[in-house]
Design a protein around this ligand. Structure first.
Ligand code: PLP
Ligand code: COI
Length: 355
């Protein structure tokens, strides 16, 4: 545990809070009044500051822009009925943040410094946390390389920034998903497990093609054979097959989701069996055909629990039971919401309270 983090706070002279329409939030379009910034140079993190949200100046020669030495995290803060504010499992994000950093030859941030930085910015903008059901404050910590250098080599200087966005649901209807069997998001030995910006840049072209075909999300398959399910564009893929929760193992090609881990823990709590194992496209099709695919959903911070309405594979579309009739994902969503909004005991210690 380091000492209390020294953060200089400069508040805005003109809050945008009053003019923000909290009933029409589009994910990621509305930013709160402030942001946290810090610099890395000479082998240490320094200059932690909370400043009014706004533009930053960087050199056009920074290696983040040229070579993608950049990654991010996604976390949510919730307002409880009694006014308390909590951040959901940020310790898991701190760990993944540092895994991403290591994979990209970037400096790590001590877990307690990361947690204190989140708590500090959320505290300053706590009035920006929406209170409506399904709403929260999305926290976007990210880091990028700032050396002005066009040689391909790890930068020696970096910037860490935390932005906040009040958000509603990321997906508003059951997802029409397409199983992608041509393009690849990541391969063994690659950086699929890291939340590196490049993973998302590379996914946009196949995702755009899928959107043009009328789909909401892709389900990626393995790079070698395109035979096994990996994950979705912005969430982990989870299924209930014949009463068992089944999800691909979080090895090095997929993101080790915090929501995925939470769902697995809740399944254990409910006494529902869980298998982390390979799921083939053929198995999905077969179980969708014979009625054994009880449930399918994306699990993610932005996505929360996003029901899959239909799956398109091998030229055919398979429709699932209406989300309201699915026992498992409905129960998970209800239980998760109750914990996050402080309406049920937090038996696993998932809520990190912002004092
Ligand atoms: N997979 C991808 C590609 C994602 O972008 C996300 C979202 O963060 C997830 C999975 C789910 O991870 P988490 O539950 O930690 O948000
Ligand atoms: C998240 O859930 O935090 C994500 O990263 C998804 C997306 C907005 C990229």
């Amino acid at each position: 545990m380091t000492d209390t983090l020294d953060i200089k706070i400069t508040k805005t002279s003109k809050s945008r809070l009053a003019e923000t329409d909290f009933s029409n939030l589009v994910f990621g379009r509305t930013f709160s009044d402030h942001m946290l910034v810090a610099d890395y140079s000479d082998g240490e993190w320094k200059n932690f500051e909370i400043v009014p949200y706004g533009e930053i100046t960087v050199s056009p020669g920074i290696s983040a822009l040229h070579y993608g030495q950049s990654f991010f995290e996604g976390i949510k803060a919730y307002k409880h009925a009694d006014g308390k504010v909590s951040i959901f499992r940020p310790d898991k994000n701190a760990q993944r943040f540092n895994k991403s950093a290591e994979r990209l030859c970037m400096p790590t941030i001590p877990e307690d410094v990361f947690l204190q930085s989140l708590a500090a910015i959320v505290d300053v903008d706590r009035d920006w946390i929406p209170g409506a059901p399904g709403h929260s404050l999305y926290i976007r910590p990210f880091m990028f390389a700032t050396d002005q250098y066009l040689g391909v080599a790890p930068s020696k200087t970096y910037k860490y920034i935390v932005l906040l966005c009040p958000v509603g649901p990321y997906f508003t209807k059951p997802l029409r998903v397409k199983i992608e069997t041509h393009y690849t998001r990541s391969a063994e030995g690659g950086m699929g497990f890291a939340k590196s910006s490049g993973n998302y840049g590379g996914s946009m072209f196949p995702a755009k093609k899928a959107t043009e075909e009328g789909f909401d999300q892709l389900i990626w398959t393995d790079a070698k054979e395109h035979k096994y399910i990996e994950e979705m564009g912005a969430a982990n893929a989870m299924f209930v097959i014949d009463g068992t929760v089944v999800t691909p193992p979080a090895l090095d090609t997929i993101l080790d989701g915090v929501t995925r881990d939470t769902v697995i823990q809740l399944a254990h709590d409910f006494g529902v069996p869980v298998e982390e194992r390979k799921v083939s496209v053929d198995e999905l099709i077969e179980t969708a055909r014979n009625g054994k695919l009880n449930d399918a959903f994306g699990a993610g911070t932005a996505a929360t629990i996003a029901p899959v309405g239909s799956i398109f594979a091998n030229g055919e579309e398979y429709f699932l039971t209406a989300p309201e009739n699915r026992e498992f994902s409905q129960k998970v969503l209800k239980t998760l919401d109750a914990i996050r909004y402080g309406n049920a005991p937090d038996t696993h210690g998932w809520n990190y309270l912002v004092s």
